[in-house]
Design a binder for this molecule. Structure first.
Ligand code: HEM
Length: 501
């Protein structure tokens, strides 16, 4: 064939191939739930948002419905924009219960050994059983309530001594990290920099960096796992991060074991699980270690994010704050700090907790699930391997379910009939639903009730802050100014008093 013929034929062959690929793509796309029309081969790569994805996905939901989809280089992504679409997934048993494969964070850095990235299977069920045994119900986790109260009292002392708003987020991280370390391993965090907190937070920072969408090509092309390290610099990074993951798992566990051997171990997640089993294989021990390390990753930052948003809500809704304080004053009387067992007597404060779970989406897009097999949902085919993203933000801000969703209004949960309980949405869905929700709620209630009993939370000198979510799987409220001061001399005495546990 002459070079002239080749020059003429090449673009024609190219165009025909493109048309064929587009046809194939459209056929595949046709069976998926509706969504934005993509381009051949790359699909919706150009439509994908890189910031505040939940807002773009919400627009897609308004256009294409509660169940919509996109494709990225042939990878189907299904987006659940409505509570009913998420409930429909729930009816499919374990089909949507695995996680997408993320070779960098998972296999290389080691997070597929922790619950949040673990594929669905026997080991996953063992981890969930351990969680359920100790934290699955309010009754089961009651043994840990005194330490939640004691750590929260410590938090009040820290706020009293350093009330500036720039310290608030750090105080909250210390509180929630402190609760989880003590509950999981019996470790009491030190007032200054705590070595265990540093170790775990460093490892979790690596996790966050490793899971930034698109940051590592190996997540798109897993075959790169087979490249030698000199051709794959990500492997060197992964080696260093994997070491941090191992330290995060081993160091606090060894601390708990040493305390057990010395007979000084307080009751903790690890000590209870180890004592409950008579004979244990190395695999059983590993399961306990990795289940334990899943608690901090799942629970510390999420609860701190929610509590930080609570302080913002109090700045934006002073009437709510006064009403909650009036309820605490009338029931508790100012002679002691509120505790968890007061919850039934404090319905308005409980409604503040419920509204907080709705108003601030800690995980606006949940944690992605993946389909284990081809499944028909609402007449659409969801192929095996599809990534499922639940737009929890959109569900919790649905004006049909929650009128004026941007307003922080606990009364919506006390009205008759009450608006939908946000707990059925904000903790995710199916077999992956958050296993720490009882602890989360207890921690939120105790901190909110104690803080409102002794502090006034007011706006700072600048403009009124706005409630906006930061980027990331776990999303905080953007930093804001506020003034936190003790309500009275009596409040100062209560804060400075003895810690109960
Ligand atoms: C306000 C607090 C919290 C919120 C809003 C929250 C929300 C969530 C959400 C949306 C998921 C993903 C569920 C899904 O995949 O569908 C999740 C998973 C998870 N959460 Fe929470 N969570 C909170 C607190 C906690 C606490 C206190 C713990 C532990 C003590 C915890 C441990 C976990 C773990 C381990 C997972 C992964 C579960 C799995 O993959 O099977 N969370 N959480």
């Amino acid at each position: 064939m002459s070079s002239t013929t080749t020059t003429i034929l090449a673009p024609i062959v190219g165009i025909i191939s493109l048309v064929l690929v587009q046809r194939l793509f459209q056929r595949q796309r046709g069976s998926l739930p509706p969504g934005p029309t993509g381009l051949p081969l790359i699909g919706n790569v150009l439509d994908m948002p890189s910031v505040t994805e939940w807002l773009t996905f919400a627009e897609w939901g308004a256009k294409w419905g509660g169940l919509c989809s996109a494709t990225l280089l042939g990878q189907p992504i299904v987006i659940l924009n409505s509570a009913s679409a998420m409930e429909e997934m729930d009816t499919k048993g374990s089909v949507f219960s695995t996680r997408p494969r993320l070779p960098m964070a998972g296999e290389l850095v080691g997070y597929d050994q922790t619950l949040v990235l673990m594929p669905y299977g026997a080991r996953f069920r063992t981890f969930r059983k351990h969680f359920a045994k100790l934290l699955g119900t309010t009754g089961a986790m009651r043994q840990f309530v005194p330490l939640v109260e004691a750590e929260t009292h410590r938090f009040l002392k820290r706020v009293l001594s350093k009330p500036n708003p720039e310290h608030l987020s750090g105080h909250l991280r210390k509180l929630t990290g402190g609760i989880i370390l003590r509950m999981t391993y019996g470790i009491e965090v030190q007032e200054e920099e705590d070595p265990f907190v540093t170790l775990i937070e460093d490892a979790n920072d690596n996790f966050n960096a490793a899971t930034v969408p698109g940051a590592f090509l190996v997540d798109v092309f897993p075959a790169m796992l087979h490249l030698p390290e000199f051709l794959a610099p990500f492997k060197r990074t992964a080696r260093i991060w994997a070491l941090a993951t191992r330290n995060m798992v081993e160091a606090p566990y060894l601390f708990a074991r040493r305390q057990m051997s010395a007979g000084t171990a307080p009751i903790s997640f690890v000590s209870s699980l180890l004592e409950a089993e008579e004979k244990m294989s190395q695999d059983d021990v590993n399961d306990i270690k990795y289940t334990a390390s899943s608690l901090y990753g799942g629970g510390a930052d999420t609860t701190a994010a929610s509590l930080y948003a609570f302080f913002l809500a109090m700045v934006l809704a002073p009437d709510v704050q006064r009403k909650a304080q009036a309820e605490i004053d009338s029931v508790i009387g100012g002679a002691r700090l509120p505790v968890f067992s007061d919850r039934d007597q404090l319905p308005y404060v409980s409604a503040v907790v419920t509204e907080l779970l709705r108003w601030h989406s800690v995980a606006p897009l949940g944690v992605p699930h993946a389909a284990l097999e081809d499944t028909v949902v609402d007449g659409y085919m969801i192929p095996k391997g599809s990534i499922i993203i639940a737009n929890l933000w959109n569900m919790l801000n649905n004006p049909e379910m929650y009128p004026s969703p941007a307003t922080f209004d606990p009364a919506r949960h006390l009205a008759s009939p009450a608006q939908r309980d946000p707990r059925t949405l904000c903790f995710g869905f199916g077999r992956r639903v958050c296993p720490g929700k009882e602890l989360a709620e207890a921690s939120l209630f105790v901190c909110i009730a104690m803080a409102l009993a002794v502090f006034d939370i007011e706006r700072g000198t600048g403009a009124l802050p706005v409630h906006e979510n930061t980027q990331g799987t776990i999303s905080h409220a953007k930093a804001f100014d506020c003034v936190v001061r003790p309500r009275s001399e009596k409040a100062v005495t209560l804060i400075s008093g003895d810690i109960r546990s």
